[in-house]
Design a protein around this ligand. Structure first.
Ligand SMILES: Nc1ncnc2c1ncn2[C@@H]1O[C@H](COP(=O)(O)OP(=O)(O)OP(=O)(O)O)[C@@H](O)[C@H]1O
Length: 665
């Protein structure tokens, strides 16, 4: 199939484009012709045999329903002469006559620029993968074709007549989705390939390089790419603007805002009837991808240096890889060879569109200037080759739609068994089958009875469990109270020991410091202060009992009202209630040691009633202590409590038999 007839750079020859439609400049909406496609008899065979598992990843994908074989659609857009080109006095050498013929030479008449949106996006709504990509020399109008002119200022919208393919498709798609009747969800992602690195243009933070991976379901894909759900045209336009503003661009002699990266904006269209599957993948369904390729450039013409040159080299390399894949896809002699999609990130991400299962529209963009003619012809050749590639659109297989292998096998086995059992039943004589029926009903009745029994038993066990749990809780409460009492008694025992320690010695450590007093309702704490160095009974400093100059402590203990004439041993401790006038037992008449050795202290320390706060446990014989059901810790504590009481008693007994501390000891 010939793509070009004749064609020479310089001399006014006529160039016929057999298939690509010619779309020129900005403007209204004139019709577009395209080749009927499928005329290539080798195409089907090519699709089935070409490539290898390594080279043609599209061939190894798990695929859904197949569409008809479709050629890649190619259209050509000739932009008007730019102001800079006119200033430089350059001539326009491209003229379109009709929609299929492009003339190279001096203008026979002033061409009326036309633009027409292609209708090939419909398959995206039918779960196919559609791609629109623009290619051509730098400054030829690729970005303009896709996204229209940049906004002229904040809040100044681009007139609809100048809108690019992307915006027009957005409007068309949302309108289509509204009229579909079925609920549809829409998502978008936007990335750029800059110096062979994939960067997310919609990322929440600064764009980071992302890896490109391949799997059987998705083909090549970008890992961790942000996919954003949108519901309105406005929201989608915002995403587009966000991506455009983050994309790398620089100025050079041929374009003041030259894109330095290939950009891929993808819309995902999925039907909500499918249950969502959280696989970290974009939703299954149709896909529409807009690819704005960076322009090929001759660094001598653009004057690129330094970073611009590095970028230009990277752009040219990836475009070369793309051209190479296109050549191999076309060549029937090389159908056994693999297609080197893996040679660049760009070819990996376009493998889907070029290599087999997508619907693709390519827009070749050219400048009309005579200065650009060599690059223009190169672009036209590229376009001519590309339009001979055919694809067979296939809907990607949804992960939900695929039943697991083992379930399929199990289903088959069950069906077989069912069939076998049915036939066995059919062979049996009616007598035997009657017997079997009786057995079955008996078994069913029995099973029913067993089930009831199990339920009753279950209920009984549940009740028992609840009772045991409440017993355990009560025992635990009891244990806690007893532990507090033991603790308090230990403190008191320690205090009592200090009180009765004979002779001088080092000051004993304060029991409060070692054991802060716990709140106990059964035994009121003797000392409220956590670091008290006073005697818990008489409030005298503990060191007093060991200090040879104990008299010095007196003012602190009794204050200014302390009667100086009364010896320490004869003074009552401060906790003693005031003596009622006329009482025979006036505190003044009793000595300090009397007070300490009095029955009051012994009662307070040993005879105080220890009342358990919890009620008795519900189960168990009457004479059994409820704490016995609470575990080993509770009886241990009770025993320890008894032992402590004894110990306090005997300690106090020892105290009584010893002389009380006196002044000067
Ligand atoms: N159809 C058109 N009508 C009017 N102006 C256009 C048209 N196409 C392109 N231009 C202008 O030409 C200049 C270059 O266009 P654009 O940036 O789209 O080129 P490009 O091919 O994307 O370049 P690059 O590859 O360097 O990014 C811009 O100033 C743009 O406004």
């Amino acid at each position: 199939m010939a793509a070009w007839e004749g064609g020479d750079a310089g001399g006014g020859c006529k160039v016929c484009i057999a298939s690509p439609s010619v779309v020129k400049g900005e403007g209204t909406g004139e019709g577009k012709e395209r080749d009927s496609g499928g005329a290539n008899p080798c195409a089907k065979q090519n699709m089935e045999e070409r490539g290898s598992p390594d080279g043609d990843p599209a061939r190894n994908l798990e695929q859904g329903p197949e569409g008809p074989e479709t050629p890649i659609q190619v259209v050509l857009r000739v932009r008007p002469m730019s102001a800079a080109e006119l200033r430089r006095g350059e001539q326009s050498v491209l003229h379109c006559s009709g929609t299929r013929t492009l003339q190279v030479g001096p203008p026979p008449h002033s061409p009326k620029n036309t633009y027409r949106e292609d209708a090939s996006h419909t398959p995206a709504v039918r779960s196919f993968s559609c791609t629109v990509f623009t290619f051509g020399q730098t400054g030829s109008g690729k970005t303009y074709t896709l996204t229209g002119p940049p906004p002229q200022g904040e809040g100044v919208p681009v007139p609809p007549s100048l809108a690019g393919i992307t915006q027009r498709t957005f409007a068309w798609l949302l309108d289509r989705v509204q009229h579909l009747g079925a609920p549809v969800t829409l998502h978008a992602s936007y990335l750029e390939i800059y110096n062979e690195q994939v960067r997310d243009l919609l990322s929440l933070g600064a764009p980071r390089p992302l890896p490109v991976r391949w799997n059987k379901t998705r083909g090549f894909y970008v890992e961790h790419l942000r996919v954003v759900e949108f519901g309105s045209l406005g929201a989608l336009m915002e995403l587009l603007q966000m991506g455009l503003s983050r994309r790398r661009s620089s100025a050079h002699t041929m374009n003041q805002a030259s894109s330095r990266s290939h950009a891929l904006l993808t819309l995902y269209i999925s039907h909500q009837t499918m249950p969502p599957v959280d696989t970290g993948e974009p939703p299954a369904g149709g896909k529409l991808c807009f690819v704005d390729l960076a322009g090929s450039e001759k660094v001598t013409a653009t004057g690129s240096r330094g970073e611009l040159m590095i970028e230009a080299n990277s752009i040219n390399r990836s475009l070369l890889a793309l051209g190479h894949c296109i050549s191999l896809l076309l060549d029937p002699q090389r159908k056994q060879n693999h297609i080197p999609f893996r040679d660049s990130k760009l070819t990996k991400l376009l493998a889907d569109s070029l290599g087999g299962r997508g619907v693709t529209l390519m827009v070749a963009c050219v400048s009309p200037s005579a200065q650009c003619l060599p690059e223009t012809l190169s672009t036209l050749r590229y376009a001519s080759r590309a339009q001979r590639i055919t694809t067979r659109p296939q809907a990607p297989k949804s992960p939900v739609a695929k039943p697991p292998q083992h379930l399929e096998t199990e289903l088959l086995q069950l069906q077989e068994e069912n069939h076998r059992l049915r036939s066995q039943l059919g062979q049996m004589d009616p007598k035997a089958s009657g017997l079997i029926g009786a057995r079955v009903s008996w078994a069913q009745r029995n099973l029913y009875g067993m089930l009831q029994e199990f339920m009753l038993e279950n209920e009984r066990l549940r009740k028992e469990k609840r009772q045991l749990q409440s017993s355990r809780d009560l025992a635990q409460d009891e244990q806690r109270i007893l532990a507090q009492q033991v603790h308090e008694l230990e403190r008191r025992l320690l205090s009592a020991c200090y009180l009765h320690q004979p002779g001088p010695g080092p000051a004993p450590p304060c029991p409060c410091v070692m054991v802060p007093p716990p709140p106990c309702h059964a035994l009121p704490p003797l000392c409220p202060c956590p670091c008290c160095h006073l005697c818990p009974l008489c409030q005298a400093p503990l060191a007093h009992w060991a200090c040879p100059r104990s008299e010095l402590h007196l003012p602190q203990v009794f204050g200014s009202k302390a009667p100086a004439d009364i010896p320490l041993s004869a003074r009552p401790p401060p906790w003693v209630p005031p003596c009622s006038p006329g009482s025979a037992k006036c505190s003044r008449e009793r000595s300090h040691s009397d007070w300490i050795q009095t029955q009051v202290l012994a009662e307070m320390l040993t005879k105080e009633e220890v009342v358990p706060s919890a009620p008795p446990l519900p189960m168990g014989p009457l004479n059994t202590s409820p704490v016995l059901r609470g575990g080993a810790a509770v009886p241990n504590l009770a025993r320890r409590l008894e032992a402590l009481k004894d110990q306090i008693g005997s300690s106090l007994g020892r105290g009584r038999s010893q002389p009380p501390p006196t002044e000067g000891t």
